[in-house]
Design a protein around this ligand. Sequence first.
Ligand SMILES: Cc1cc2nc3c(=O)[nH]c(=O)nc-3n(C[C@H](O)[C@H](O)[C@H](O)COP(=O)(O)O)c2cc1C
Length: 161
Amino acid sequence: MSQPGAGPLLVVRHSRSGSTDRLVEAFGAGVQIATEQIEDAPRLEVKGCFEAGPDDVLGAAAVVLATPANFGYMSGAMKDFFERIFHACLDQTVGRPYALIIKGDTDTSGAVTSVERIVAGLQWKAVLAHLSVVGDITDAHLAAAAEMGSTLTAGLAEGLF
Ligand SMILES: Cc1cc2nc3c(=O)[nH]c(=O)nc-3n(C[C@H](O)[C@H](O)[C@H](O)COP(=O)(O)O)c2cc1C
């Protein structure tokens, strides 16, 4: 089993019209704030779903998944990512800390469940509450995304996860 710890904080993201990426950018700003204050903070690495692969996940300290809700499911791009990494990572990333950012217009529940079912198979560990945004993105949503970034960075640096 590969050991998380020294690797980057990996964000795997997809965004067709930019709103999920607004949340990812806020998350990254939170990471940056924490990184300036903490020694040994993990490096942030942001990759598109079609770009990220098994090696990225195997080496990551934690994985943040960011996807729109599409047709009651995660985006096709995120599903493609999982299809490519699943067997290579199965049994190799048990306990990997992960967090989830989902953006929808009306109902994200199916998309959340679709991700949860796959990460349950991988036996990853949710270390933060999911950020699920329905409708317009508010300053509170952006603040919550930034808080996720700071908290995850600090928790990883301090070995809490
Ligand atoms: C093909 C398609 C299917 C969608 N299905 C859902 C859905 O099931 N639930 C939902 O809440 N929003 C749905 N939406 C709306 C998107 O999730 C929403 O506009 C989101 O903010 C898009 O994120 P992005 O700007 O990062 O691409 C759908 C949009 C598209 C284009």
